[in-house]
Design a protein around this ligand. Structure first.
Ligand SMILES: [Zn+2]
Length: 132
């Protein structure tokens, strides 16, 4: 029977390993300002490599760019339609502030998407229920 830990979407949203859906992709909390991007070399549960090749995560910059463009567009539309098209400085300050605040989340989800899409690991249910 399929469980919530079988869902790749749930594992991705929880920033879990693509193979076992149990091991955490990141070592520290997103609120640790200097360490939010630190990842273990491999999964603590199934030992799946989190860096399949050197420089693997350079490609996640494109995903980060897409997230930031989406942020810009959503904030721009919201400010234009709900706040009566304020001065340009308001757009700049709000978009810059929101982008900086969302940096840890955007970086983490960009890396996770990169690993899920291009990391070469597939879910293996034999790791279900194991905890690091
Ligand atoms: Zn794993």
């Amino acid at each position: 029977m399929a469980t919530s830990s079988d869902s790749a979407a749930t594992a991705l949203l929880g920033l879990r390993c693509p193979r076992c859906h149990q091991g955490k992709l990141f070592t520290y909390s997103a609120f640790q300002v200097t360490k939010f991007a630190d990842m273990p070399a491999q999964c603590p549960v199934c030992e799946q490599s989190f860096e399949p090749e050197p420089g693997f995560y350079y490609g996640s910059m494109y995903i980060t760019f897409a997230f930031n463009v989406a942020t810009l567009m959503v904030v721009g539309v919201l400010l234009y339609y709900f706040f009566g098209n304020p001065d340009t400085r308001v757009y700049v300050v709000v978009v810059t502030g929101l982008t900086l605040l969302l940096t840890p989340a955007i970086l983490r989800y960009s890396r996770a998407l990169m690993l899920y899409w291009f990391g070469g690991a597939r879910y293996d249910p034999k790791w279900r229920g194991r905890v690091a």
